[in-house]
Design a protein around this ligand. Structure first.
Ligand code: PFF
Length: 438
């Protein structure tokens, strides 16, 4: 019997790929990506975003998989096996994933609110929810659902759940986007979304935002991909799955862009309304549409499923780390993470209730997204790349990146990871901090 989650292995290669797609494709693609595109001038954002995804995303994702697969351990143990003190880098990364998870679950709870209100054929406004304590109830329910999936283990829980959910997600998204682009006025939205602006390449703020969004969207920097990689069999090759995951994730972002901007422009709304784009505007748009309750229910089911599969990936990072480092059972580790996440997430949930908990006059949840969603994840990726490229044996890294693959990463890849990638990330963190405070 497999009582130890670390010894489990994906049942199939497609199960592994779908789980990683489930982790990458999340509310970041459907809620965060369109609002960030809207805030950064539409098509102007696409070029730097795609360049970061292809230029850095492929090698960094492969590095996470390769390290996880080689050590067959959680983020904390993997880094500890490179060098004892590096376990603290692992602890830092696991803490970042816990912090992101804590407010990510609250947002999924809001989606659940709209989903149930549309399913009950009523139209509710965002404020109608924040005037109550609904945020707390939905947060706890969503946390329980995610805990239940994790509690069933890698094959019985994560792999099965993602296989079904990712298929549901794609089968809702494609026809729904196809419908949206036929709406009157949708063409303006599409051309706003895809018309590139090459002068944007000179704007450092756009590069900073593109890097942050690319890491968030590909689930880099949270240890989730390393953890999923640790359940791979020895013979699994990495390049093809990585390219499949990245292209599916990018395709979903692009489809979501078509969908959202078609809806926004066909209803004469502004695309640059920032964070509330999906929660404030779309319920109103659905309310004014024919068959709006059905369309609204379908759209929010899509978001809900996407959010849950990503939350499962995030939850698994601290769970696997605690289970392995404290040598405890999966059940106990899951309960500990549940307790931690509820404690850390409660102020975020409360910030969107009549209590309105704030830090520096911004809502606690917004504060968490700023600190951990943007800087935390980017910093965690920096810590990971530095820990691996500076302290792990160079030939071992290359051996694992290139195993079973016809394409071989050349030696200089390591120097790029050692110097160029950290320098780029540091540059971007500094720039985005300067521009955020400007
Ligand atoms: N990639 C997810 C999204 O785009 O919504 C967010 C995320 C999930 C980040 C899992 C990190 C992670 F480990």
């Amino acid at each position: 019997m497999k009582s130890d989650i670390e010894r489990e292995e994906w049942k199939s290669s497609s199960g592994f790929i779908l789980a990683c797609i489930g982790s990458a494709v999340g509310i970041g693609n459907i809620w965060r990506f369109p609002y960030i595109v809207g805030e950064n001038g539409g098509g102007a954002f696409l070029i730097p975003f795609l360049m970061v995804v292809v230029g850095l995303g492929i090698s960094l994702m492969m590095l996470e998989f390769a390290v996880g697969k080689y050590f067959r351990s959680s983020i904390v143990k993997s880094l500890e096996k490179i060098k004892n003190n590096l376990k603290w880098s692992g602890v830092f990364i696991a803490c970042v994933s816990l912090a992101v998870l804590s407010y990510y679950l609250v947002v999924i709870g809001w989606i659940g609110f709209f989903l149930s209100s549309f399913a009950a054929e009523t139209f509710m406004e965002f404020e109608q929810m924040t005037d109550t304590y609904f945020s707390i109830v939905s947060f706890l329910v969503v946390a329980l659902i995610v805990m239940a999936v994790i509690g069933k283990g890698v094959i019985g829980g994560i792999e099965k759940f993602n296989k079904i959910s990712v298929l549901i997600l794609i089968s809702i998204l494609i026809p729904f986007s196809a419908y949206a682009v036929t709406l009157p006025g949708a063409f303006d939205g599409i051309s706003y979304f895809i018309t590139p602006d090459f002068s944007s390449l000179y704007n450092p703020k756009i590069w900073a935002t593109a890097l942050g969004q690319a890491f968030f969207s590909l689930s880099l920097g949270s240890g989730a991909l390393l953890t999923y990689g640790s359940y791979l069999g020895k013979r699994q090759f990495l390049l093809k799955p990585t390219i499949t995951i990245i292209s599916t994730n990018t395709a979903v972002s692009i489809l979501a862009g078509f969908l959202i901007f078609s809806l926004v422009f066909s209803n004469n709304q502004s695309p640059s309304q920032g964070l509330p784009l999906v929660f404030n505007i779309l319920p109103d748009i659905f309310a004014s549409m024919e068959h709006g309750t059905v369309l609204g229910a379908v759209f929010f089911s899509l978001l809900f499923v996407a959010g849950l599969t990503s939350a499962v990936g995030l939850f698994q990072v601290p769970t696997a780390s605690i289970q392995e480092s404290l040598k405890t059972s999966r059940r106990k580790a899951t309960l500990i993470v549940f307790g931690l996440v509820v404690a850390i997430g409660m102020p975020s949930a409360l910030s969107y209730t009549p209590l309105e908990i704030q830090v520096n006059q911004i809502k606690f949840l917004d504060f968490m997204d700023d600190i951990f969603g943007t800087y935390g994840i980017t910093l965690a990726e920096l810590v990971f790349v530095v820990s691996v490229s500076w302290f792990m044996c160079k030939t071992r890294i290359l051996e694992n990146l290139n195993k079973n693959s016809r394409f071989n990463f050349p030696d200089w890849t390591i120097y790029v990871m050692k110097f160029v990638v950290p320098a780029l990330i540091i540059f971007v963190i500094i720039f985005s901090a300067i521009f955020d405070n400007a």
